[in-house]
Design a protein around this ligand. Structure first.
Ligand SMILES: C[S@@+](CC[C@H](N)C(=O)[O-])C[C@H]1O[C@@H](n2cnc3c(N)ncnc32)[C@H](O)[C@@H]1O
Length: 287
């Protein structure tokens, strides 16, 4: 059963049982109780923005807001996408015909780490992407693999390469633990940094790309570029940024990178995934 139908079912049950709820039709929202579930009719969404902000503070951890008809009007979807970006304390559970968001428990960052800590979340995945990335690295290079996950790159690099994994989860004995969202970065210098399937989770991508430039003259990275899909859809995948291909190009240039090669890995209605080989401005493409 989808979140939407569960909530509709719950709302009907509450009504059938005669449990008092609060219905608000005008700009009159005023109450002090915690809210476990709010269903918002989106017809007048833009005009109830002020009320919505008051409601948001009352939603308890784990509580949900259900926005009906999220996807039926471009302007409404744009309004709610902006709302989602402005409220990282809510995670998106569903972003289809309706939008369903849930207030995170306080230890959201730990949740994120716990999700990735499960070896099943990374083992044996994205091997094809890792192979293409490894093929972009010259034999003999020293390689720092950021957000190394299952470390497929280690197995696929030319044997003459020297590989160092880094991740915010201790993936192996030689893994340098560094949380990029906490401003941490592995000390040292390498010929190449690989960063596959990671930038989507980075809260300050420009700072991280600049930091990589201080550590290596070459970068091989992948990114799932925003396409038709809404931002709420991306948040559901726990991606925290939303660059289009053109915006990614600008970001790389602004952080001192020149894109030498781009390979399209996936073209879906929701996003396009690209693998990029980049050289730091002023460095030659040899490694
Ligand atoms: C989609 S997986 C990709 C794994 C690997 N690069 C691959 O392509 O197989 C994302 C990886 O980024 C790591 N990661 C997520 N957030 C991070 C952060 N803030 N700092 C460092 N690593 C992070 C996760 O632990 C996970 O290993």
């Amino acid at each position: 059963m989808s979140v939407k139908s569960t909530i509709e079912h719950l709302a009907r049950t509450v009504e059938d049982l005669g449990i008092p709820g609060l219905r608000v039709d005008q700009d009159t929202l005023s109450f002090d109780e915690p809210v476990a579930l709010a269903c918002i009719d989106c017809d007048r969404l833009e005009s109830i923005q002020g009320d919505l902000e008051r409601l948001v503070h009352r939603v308890s951890p784990g509580g949900m807001i259900f926005f009906a008809d999220y996807n039926s009007l471009d302007s409404r979807r744009a309004f709610l996408d902006a709302w989602v970006v402005a409220h990282p304390e809510f995670r998106v559970l569903e972003a289809g015909e309706s939008l369903v968001v849930q207030r995170r428990a306080r230890e959201a960052t730990q949740d994120h780490a716990a999700l990735w800590a499960d070896p099943a979340s990374v083992q044996g995945r994205w091997t094809e992407r890792a192979q293409l990335a490894a093929d972009m690295v010259s034999p003999g290079s020293s390689v720092l693999d950021i957000g190394a996950g299952g470390m497929a790159v280690r197995r696929l690099l030319h044997p003459a390469c020297r590989y160092t994994p880094s991740d915010f989860v201790q993936r192996s004995e030689d893994c340098i633990v560094a949380d990029l969202n906490a401003g941490q970065f592995p000390p040292g210098r390498w010929d190449v940094v690989t960063m596959l399937g990671v930038l989507e989770y980075i809260q300050e991508p420009a700072a991280v790309l600049t930091r990589i430039g201080a550590a290596a003259p070459r970068l091989v990275m992948s990114y799932c570029c925003r396409k038709g899909a809404s931002i709420a859809y991306r948040r559901k995948l726990t991606w925290v940024n939303d660059f289009t291909p053109d915006e990614l190009d600008v970001l790389l240039r602004q952080t001192g990178w020149r894109m030498e090669r781009a390979v399209e890995l996936k073209r879906l209605p929701t996003f396009t995934e690209v693998l990029l080989s980049c050289t730091r401005d002023g460095a030659s493409e040899t490694a």
